[in-house]
Every structure is written in C-alpha cells, then in structure tokens.
Design a protein around this ligand. Structure first.
Ligand SMILES: Cc1cc2nc3c(=O)[nH]c(=O)nc-3n(C[C@H](O)[C@H](O)[C@H](O)COP(=O)(O)OP(=O)(O)OC[C@H]3O[C@@H](n4cnc5c(N)ncnc54)[C@H](O)[C@@H]3O)c2cc1C
Length: 365
C-alpha cells in the first residue's frame, strides 16, 4: 500500500481524543458505508446520526480543519439558537460536535475537494482533488455554500504559475526551504506562515496593501521585530505584475502611492482570504435550483438514488439555512441511507436514553 500522510489539521482533534483521524492517501479505493462531502456542522452531525445506525463515515473537506462556516467565518462569534445550548461560539460548537462524534471514529480527508462522482454497481465512487478514491453505497453532500477556495491573484501569468512558483496553501513546509519567498496578505494566515517559514526560507519578505494588519497583535509584533532586526523585508503596496518566464517567477512589481518597486522572489505565497463556490458538484447531475440542490424532504435524497444532500446546500419549500435545520435533515437522511448500506437488515428505532446497544456504541455503557 502506497500511503502518504497528509496535513495533520490544527483542530481536527480538538477533543484531545485520538479517534477523529485525518486520512492518508491510499492507492486503492477506500470502501466505507457513507462518504460525507463537507465537514461543516451539518456534515459532522451526520456522522453521529449515521454512527447510531452502525454506518461508518469518511468526510472530505476543502478546508484544513472541520467546522465549515462556523470555524472559518465566525469562530469567536456566539451562536444562541442551538437547542439546549444557550450560547457557544462557532469554534466551541465545532469542538462539541467533534467530541460527540469521536466514539464513531470518522476519518477526515482534509485540504482536498470532492471532484468526481461515478456510479458503480451498488455504490458510488468519489475522487478527490489529490487523487484519493472513496467508495460507498451512500454519499451525502453537506457542502454548505460550496467549497471554501482561496482568492487567487487576478494577474496575467498567475494561473500558469499556480502550484509551481505561486501557492495559496502550505501543504508541506519543506516545499519552501531555501526559497526566495514573498508572502502576500495581512491576516493571520499570512503572519503565521511568515513566522513559521522564516527559518526555512533563504530570504523572506512580506507584502501587504497597507501598514495595518488584521492578524493577532503578537504575530504582528514578532514580524515587525524581524523586520527591525533586518531579518526580513516588509513592502507596503499591491502586487501589480509578475516577472519571469512562467511557470518560473523572478520578481514582482509592488505598487504603492509612493511609486513602484521590483521585489525579487522565486516563490510567492498569497493569502487573500477565501471565497465559496459550488465547484465540481455542479457537474454531478443533480437537480439544481439557483445552485442549491433539490431534495425529497422525507429522505433528503437527491434526484439520484443513494446520493443525499443536507444543510445549507439544499433547497425545499420553507428551507431555513440554520444549523438546527441541518441537524434535523441529517437525522431523517440516515434512515434512508441505512437501506443502501444494509439492504438485508431491518431498521429498529431506538432512543439514546434507553438503548444499551447505543450506550455501548457511545462508550457510556
Ligand atoms: C456570520 C455567520 C453567522 C451565523 N450565525 C448562525 C447562527 O447564529 N445560527 C445558525 O443556526 N446558523 C448561523 N449561521 C449559518 C450557519 O453557519 C450555516 O447554516 C451552517 O454553517 C451550515 O452548515 P453546513 O454544514 O451545511 O455547511 P458549511 O458550514 O458551509 O460547511 C460546508 C463545508 O463543505 C465544504 N465543501 C463544499 N464543497 C466541497 C467539495 N466539493 N469538496 C470538499 N469540501 C467541500 C466547505 O469547504 C465547507 O467546509 C451563520 C453564518 C454566518 C456566515
């Protein structure tokens, strides 16, 4: 088996247990009961509901950590409408969900997009952007508002250099060793990677459009100390031109009200934030209504059997884009998904309070 470990995501296991595992890339297809596209709150809760019915889950997410919008867009903002939780932040909700699903040992395939979907005999096959193949009788699309993808440099020649001399994500720090590195951006990602890659790079500079940073004050102070000590350069302005023969990069032009400077670099790492887009799901043969997936509200099955959708990505009369609506949809969805996973078994409805079988699954027996 040709296995390559991928990113260990910060926050993939905030519960402190070792049960929620990050996936590895395997050369042969991974066979499981349910593949969930999207590790937002609704995808995470689907693991719990599926687990109660003995279905094992693998999750795929473009982000490098679970939590979807809650973790990415409002980790520190309080949520007040989760039943029986008077308030918790987006990150706290994610952490609680991770703790709740830990007994079911889901496997996470992070920093990769679910790209291709094929129907096989009795099951579906999903292939991710880094080539991981997963097969399951039930696929659940919990893709929210779509994949979080990086905002790219809107400059001629940027696309031809992507993955070679221009990057929007750090998959392996070693890729930046001995590089003449320019990091662009003023948020936490830009500042964190400036501080982390500074010891590895041959030379490092940071470019941001204004001399005011949105990152943690401590990171900004440490960056300014490095600049003050002459260990790195800081350029204030916008990158307006790329130089060198693509896919190579030799320098960029940085423009500010004071004029233009040529900044030599062979590698550019840009952190201009994330945007959301439906991406490859648009090609999966689903009935869509304005980029939202139509479902049967009794089962949350799409127009294709064995292919389910829940959470913000779906539409039906009266749909509310709320976390609690997604939780309800997950609970109903697994009832039908069970039939694809275990066609010969009868589904018995049980309460978590009184079923010793469920207590054993949850590790509380
Ligand atoms: C600022 C803000 C405040 C909010 N406050 C509240 C609130 O108080 N209460 C409330 O109930 N709701 C609130 N919401 C809405 C709530 O966050 C959403 O309803 C919820 O996140 C939807 O969950 P989800 O799991 O369906 O999707 P998301 O949270 O959007 O997660 C979907 C995940 O799928 C991934 N994905 C998509 N496509 C792919 C693909 N092809 N391959 C791999 N990964 C993919 C994305 O990267 C993402 O991580 C708020 C939203 C915002 C922005």
């Amino acid at each position: 088996m040709n296995e390559r470990a991928i990113l260990t995501p910060a926050g993939a296991d905030p519960t402190g247990t070792d049960r929620a595992r990050t996936g590895t890339i395997r050369s042969e297809p991974i066979r499981t009961d349910m593949v969930i596209v999207g590790a937002g709150p609704v995808g995470l809760f689907a693991v719990f509901e599926a687990g109660l019915l003995n279905m094992r889950c693998h999750l795929i997410d473009n982000l490098d950590r679970p939590g979807g919008q809650c973790a990415e867009l409002y980790p520190d903002k309080p949520i007040y409408d989760i039943p029986a939780v008077p308030h918790c932040t987006g990150q706290e909700l994610t952490d609680l969900l991770m703790k709740q699903i830990a007994p079911f040992e889901p496997t996470f395939h992070l920093s990769q997009q679910a790209e291709r979907l094929e129907r096989l005999e009795g099951r579906w096959r999903v292939t991710t952007s880094i080539g991981q193949v997963l097969e399951a009788p039930a696929i659940v699309i919990a893709a929210g508002a779509g994949s979080f993808v990086p905002r790219r440099l809107p400059l001629p020649g940027a696309e031809a250099r992507e993955g070679r001399s221009i990057h929007y994500v750090v998959r392996r720090m070693e890729d930046f060793r001995d590089k003449d590195l320019l990091i662009a951006g003023g948020g936490d990602s830009a500042l964190d990677w400036t501080l982390n890659l500074h010891p590895l790079a041959a030379r490092l500079a940071l470019v941001h459009r204004r001399d005011d940073f949105r990152a943690a004050p401590d990171s900004v102070m440490r960056m300014r100390d490095l600049v003050g000590a002459g260990h790195m350069a800081l350029h204030i302005g916008q990158i307006t031109e790329l130089h060198g023969v693509a896919p190579e990069l030799e320098a960029v032009t940085v423009k500010s009200p004071k004029g233009e400077v040529l900044v030599p670099c062979d590698t550019l790492l840009a952190f201009y934030g994330l945007k959301m887009e439906l991406g490859p799901l648009a090609e999966w043969g689903l009935n869509l209504d304005r980029n939202l997936i139509e479902v049967d509200t009794a089962t949350f099955e799409t127009n294709q059997s064995g292919l389910f959708a829940i959470g913000d990505i779906i539409t039906y009369p009266g749909k509310l884009k709320l976390i609690l609506s997604g939780f309800h949809e997950a609970a109903l969805m697994v009832q039908k998904a069970f039939r694809y996973c275990f066609p010969d078994q009868k589904l018995v409805f049980r309460y978590t309070t009184s079923s010793t079988d469920l207590h054993e699954k949850l590790g509380v027996a």
